[in-house]
Design a binder for this molecule. Structure first.
Ligand code: 5GP
Ligand code: ZN
Length: 120
């Protein structure tokens, strides 16, 4: 079981060893504001269990990933994204070096708010 990686920065945030500005928490998910936002709204959603990236997902993770995708729109609105279709949000999941992943604990970037944004 690769539940917690003591060298992983997001596992440390989940464990409360590194502070974060929480957006949402339940027994299997945590959402918190990105420390270096690219957009007026920019938070990260992570499974509490250490999964390095989307490349490690198995069929057993289908419900977990489904929950994240269904929860994201609700949290985006709560964090100030305007409603679809004028508003909306962008979800990005960088995976691996060529996918631009820097922190190797699976995370969804949820970004939104009035443009222009710093990136994208
Ligand atoms: P990646 O490039 O891996 O998709 O994105 C990692 C994201 O994690 C970056 O947007 C970065 O700003 C964010 N990040 C890195 N370290 C921390 C931290 O200690 N706290 C928070 N809240 N975000 C972090
Ligand atoms: Zn981790």
């Amino acid at each position: 079981m690769n539940d917690h990686d003591p060298n992983c920065i997001f596992c440390k945030i989940i464990a409360g060893q590194i502070p974060s500005r929480k957006v949402y928490e339940d027994d299997e998910l945590l959402a918190f504001h990105d420390i270096a936002p690219w957009a007026p709204v920019h938070f990260l959603m992570v499974p509490k269990r250490h999964i390095a990236s989307m490349a490690q997902l198995t069929e057993a993770d289908q419900a977990l990933m489904g929950r994240m995708m269904v929860l994201a729109p609700r949290l985006a609105l709560e964090q100030g994204c305007r409603p679809y279709p004028e508003g909306g949000f962008r979800i990005v999941v960088n995976t691996g070096a060529e996918g631009g992943q820097e922190v190797h604990h699976l995370h969804l970037h949820v970004m939104g708010g009035p443009r222009p944004w710093l990136k994208g």
